[in-house]
Ligand binder design. Structure first.
Ligand code: ZN
Length: 169
């Protein structure tokens, strides 16, 4: 078992407890379902949802494999879909919900899109770029920093990732 899988197990243990009894916000529920569907398609299980107010504007799972596009992370596809649906690149009244801490590419795109709030489920100590690694939003050259909330649905997201990577070995 790789170090990455071990990290997810530790995360799950750390997060198991009475706090997990709270119902998930519906956009994160949807994102977790999208992640599960992505895994069934052979993609790394990550799902993303863009909301504006109470409305879901765009959804996507990871689609790198099915679209042969290395940039087709769930967040990027969801941001593109939301921008197209709303007819503007500027998503400053929108929030992004994603099942895994965004990577550097996606965290950058979230900033460029002026996303208001970023919610994610599981931390990604190896590839995350918000709370880990480059911590993109802490740089002076970052011109838009969303409000950030993490750990929402983390146990289920970590379990999906662990099952996916475990099942691949
Ligand atoms: Zn990404």
């Amino acid at each position: 078992m790789s170090a990455q899988a071990d990290d997810y197990i530790c995360l799950e243990i750390a997060l198991s407890g009475p706090c997990m009894a709270f119902p998930l916000p519906s956009p994160m529920r949807r994102a977790l379902d999208l992640a599960a569907a992505a895994a069934e398609a052979g993609e790394v299980p990550v799902g993303a949802v863009v909301t504006k107010g109470d409305a879901i504007v765009a959804t996507s799972g990871n689609a790198m494999r099915t679209t042969a596009d290395p940039t087709a992370h769930a967040e990027i596809v969801a941001l593109r879909t939301a921008a197209a649906a709303l007819g503007t690149w500027r998503l400053d009244e929108c929030d992004l919900w994603v099942t895994l801490e965004p990577c550097a590419m996606c965290a950058g795109a979230v900033g460029l899109a002026r996303i208001r709030r970023l919610y994610w489920a599981a931390d990604d100590p190896k590839g995350g770029a918000v709370a880990h690694g480059p911590r993109l939003y802490e740089h002076a050259t970052c011109h838009h920093r969303p409000e950030v909330y993490s750990g929402i649905g983390a146990e289920e997201a970590a379990r999906q990732l662990r099952a996916f990577f475990g099942g691949r070995r």
